[in-house]
Design a protein around this ligand. Sequence first.
Ligand SMILES: [Zn+2]
Length: 284
Amino acid sequence: MKTTPEDAAARRAVPPVICYPTETLPQPDLPLYRAALVGAEVVATHVAPPREACAFEVPAGHFFRIVSSEGPQVGDLNLWNAVDLSERFYSGKTRALHGTHVTTGERLWSSFPALRPMATIVEDDLHWYGIDDFGGSVHDVIGTRCDPYTGNLLAGTQYHHCCHSNLIRALSESRGLTVEEAERHVHDVLNVFMCTGFTRDTGQYFMKASPVRPGDALTFFAEIDLLGALSACPGGDCSAEHSSDTAACHPLNVEVLKPEEGALGDWRSPPVNGYDRSHGTGGR
Ligand SMILES: [Zn+2]
């Protein structure tokens, strides 16, 4: 085994470079979206019951709002292109572009080859939280989703109401897919209202009680036609444990809002990514 090099301290002292500077990232017209939100009316309401999920459709140019209704509760969100489920939320690239947690003005990006904004966060009632002394913050794109496989791996359990399973059932019912078909489409989530981070000493993923309270909401603008699914996580506020029926759980509401006619001016749904997809083959 190699010993620590003499210049170890110097190597560690090299300052970091931001992987993806976002100066050239296409920016949303937030003032336009916010003005449109003011006159928007709720056209549909869905409820994710505790330890269950709901599916919902949001046409491009509408808004959707996830609301804490009865008590502190974390939600696991999946998003798909409503007309092509192979285009779906890409948590890893969203993290690379915006950081570990997202808030107002940041966007949820879709998978390759589309790589375009699916939704833009227009209002975040937890924007005040910032980053706490533990390195924790809210609305992360660092977790995956609680699932029965990891529970089985770590504890030998057969638990059926993890977010992964809840999202599968919601998608299966909404699109008439078998459980096996639906499972292929479920992906890493946006952890709505969840407070998470990595421990400074061991780098481990941690969670702590969500600061969300009834009435708090996270509001998105749909950049493309969306199918969404939201699971009210069995972890409740995620202050203690998940993947069981132990935690106190509450429902989450999803409101779909339609802006007034003409409120978006000449806004257009973003096109798919401009890369030519030849991957060095010359187009063969
Ligand atoms: Zn969960």
